[in-house]
Write a protein that binds this ligand. Structure first.
Ligand SMILES: [Ca+2]
Ligand SMILES: [Ca+2]
Ligand SMILES: [Ca+2]
Ligand SMILES: [Ca+2]
Length: 204
């Protein structure tokens, strides 16, 4: 900014004057930290997302000038699994994800300016993993012994047990014979519970 300054002598009609220009240069100080447009956010991500896929973009602004207002991004934690582009704020996963290993992440993202010293701020990004059906049911134990009484009993003769690491319908189990000959046997397999019942008395 330029200011014009005048000096005037005397008060009479023959007053003399001189003019000078003063150039004022304002220098910025780094008095603002970058500000995220949201400070906390939760999103749901499929556990089947491909590595190196961008799934979110963070944004922060800094009103200072030059390097004092130039914003860069970094991850404060979780850098083994996720990454953030230092310039664009694009958040990606680096490796494949597995809900059965870890179902949620709380990431802290840092926005910093390039001032001396730099100022920074932090936002929280919660990533919840959505289940896909990527685990088969597993029987345990694998071998069952059933003793059939001669006269039919209402009690189950065996209880087949299986588990599935997925969630909801992806882990809801039903039990079926895998061979059709089994249907000739005097046994009924309860689809939902896995209990084996004797449905008729044995004839000798
Ligand atoms: Ca700043
Ligand atoms: Ca999985
Ligand atoms: Ca799963
Ligand atoms: Ca499953």
């Amino acid at each position: 900014m330029t200011l014009d300054v005048m000096a005037v002598d005397g008060l009479g009609t023959r007053a003399l004057s001189a003019a000078v220009q003063v150039v004022v240069r304002l220098t910025d100080v780094n008095d603002n930290a970058p500000t995220f447009d949201i400070t906390i956010h939760t999103l749901v991500l499929s556990e089947s997302i491909d590595p190196n896929t961008t799934f979110f973009t963070v944004n922060a602004t800094d009103p200072d000038l030059g390097d004092n207002g130039k914003v860069g991004y970094a991850l404060a934690n979780g850098a083994d699994v996720f990454s953030v582009d230092a310039l664009t704020g694009e958040v990606s996963c680096r490796s494949s994800l597995d809900r059965e290993t870890l179902a949620a992440y709380t990431l802290r993202l840092v926005a910093h300016d390039h001032g001396q010293p730099a100022r920074s701020s932090v936002m929280t990004l919660r990533v919840l993993l959505e289940d896909i059906n990527d685990n088969s049911p597993v029987f345990y134990p694998l071998l069952y012994f059933a003793t059939l009484p001669v006269k039919r009993s209402a009690l189950p003769v065996a209880h087949l047990l299986a588990s599935d690491n997925d969630l909801g319908v992806n882990a809801t189990l039903q039990f079926h014979w895998s061979v059709t000959e089994a249907e000739q046997m005097p046994l009924r397999l309860d689809v939902d519970s896995g209990k084996l019942f004797q449905h008729k008395s044995l004839l000798f």
